[in-house]
Design a binder for this molecule. Structure first.
Ligand code: HEC
Ligand code: HEC
Ligand code: HEC
Ligand code: HEC
Ligand code: HEC
Length: 213
């Protein structure tokens, strides 16, 4: 048995290398994926108890939020391992959509380790079948509303202001956040009053055409 502490060090080191490699590849070539395709994936180090617990918590049907096709834990990836939000949600500071990471990006790490985890085995199935993962979208505004991530991120609004403490959540859900209008009608997250309340407090536009087509 490898002691837990050592196992953890190995994982952390592996992680640092893969993140760095991913960043370099991501900057240097149009298709970094081919280079790291897992032809014959070696059996990596045995996964931690924490990872097993995280995938169990992320799959819990009784916890708020939809059950996702893969029990992916933000707490483990963004919290414990401190992988940056923008490393996976690459579009957030540049485009309207935040975007969800590709199977390739996941496999950049998981071709090397985690194969003894059920969630990673499901991930590998999508990779082998060359299918995108059908993640269930949680936050969505209606078609007639204009929302752009980049403008908010560039203005320095933290992801957590709108999405809650994502890095502490195994399973993601729409976190509650109800504000009261001056005339005391409550409005919940993603409703018009929620947007306008923050705009008012931050001298951002409240013009109808700012948010509507
Ligand atoms: C930068 C490296 C890295 C990337 C990218 C990455 N992972 Fe992980 N993943 C890890 C590490 C490290 C563990 C924990 C292994 C351990 O503790 O034994 C893990 C654990 C997991 C687990 C089990 C725990 C849990 O979160 O439920 C699943 C499932 C998983 N990853 C899926 C994914 C998916 C899906 C993606 C792509 C969206 C992804 N991973 C991207 C490094 C990564
Ligand atoms: C290792 C990759 C990875 C990292 C790092 C990561 N995410 Fe995610 N994120 C995902 C995946 C995969 C999904 C889709 C599955 C899910 O909802 O859990 C997702 C979903 C989300 C969603 C829900 C989108 C929807 O459907 O409405 C939000 C919000 C989010 N992430 C915010 C964040 C924030 C904030 C951070 C940093 C604290 C972060 N993510 C870090 C991979 C990642
Ligand atoms: C001002 C509030 C706000 C901030 C700040 C914000 N988001 Fe969002 N996010 C939203 C809204 C609203 C939606 C639904 C958008 C839609 O329906 O097009 C959303 C949707 C998403 C989605 C799923 C749909 C998509 O666009 O791909 C992800 C993933 C996500 N956000 C991640 C992030 C991350 C990561 C950050 C920080 C870098 C962030 N968000 C910052 C409000 C916000
Ligand atoms: C937590 C605070 C906050 C919330 C919540 C918020 N916004 Fe904003 N929004 C801002 C700030 C700050 C700016 C100003 C950015 C700038 O000056 O460039 C802004 C700017 C905008 C813009 C202007 C972009 C442009 O092209 O000029 C649009 C559109 C917008 N928000 C839509 C929305 C919608 C729709 C929602 C609700 C779904 C929302 N916002 C929720 C803080 C917020
Ligand atoms: C800061 C962004 C923002 C501004 C400014 C804004 N809206 Fe909205 N509006 C939204 C969002 C988000 C929704 C969808 C969520 C909801 O229905 O509450 C919405 C929904 C609506 C709807 C549809 C309600 C329904 O039941 O389908 C109407 C009508 C509307 N807005 C009119 C207006 C008018 C008129 C103005 C100007 C006085 C305005 N909005 C300004 C964000 C905004």
């Amino acid at each position: 048995m490898i002691p837990n502490r050592l196992r953890r060090r190995i994982l952390e080191m592996a992680l640092a290398v893969f993140v760095a490699a991913g960043l370099v590849l991501g900057l240097s070539g149009p298709d970094p994926v081919e280079a790291q395709a897992p032809a014959a994936a070696p059996a990596g180090p045995k996964s931690s108890q924490k990872a097993y617990d995280a995938q169990t918590a992320a799959a819990d049907p009784d916890a708020p939020g939809p059950v996702q096709p893969i029990p992916f834990s933000h707490k483990l990836h963004a919290g414990d391992f401190q992988i940056q939000c923008l490393y996976c949600h690459t579009g957030t500071d540049k485009s309207r959509m935040a975007g969800v990471p590709s199977v390739e990006l996941c496999m950049g790490c998981h071709a090397q380790f985690g194969q003894d985890l059920e969630g990673v085995q499901t991930l590998k199935k999508y990779w082998d079948e060359k299918k995108p993962i059908p993640w269930v979208q949680i936050h969505r505004v209606p078609e007639h509303v204009k929302f752009r991530h980049n403008r908010h991120v560039q203005a320095g609004v933290a992801c957590q202001r709108c999405h809650g403490p994502v890095e502490q959540m195994d399973k993601l859900a729409l976190t509650s956040d109800t504000i009261w209008w001056p005339w005391l009608l409550p409005s919940a997250k993603l409703e018009m009053g929620w947007c306008i309340d923050c705009h008012r407090n931050n001298q951002a536009s409240q013009d109808c055409l700012t948010c509507h087509y």
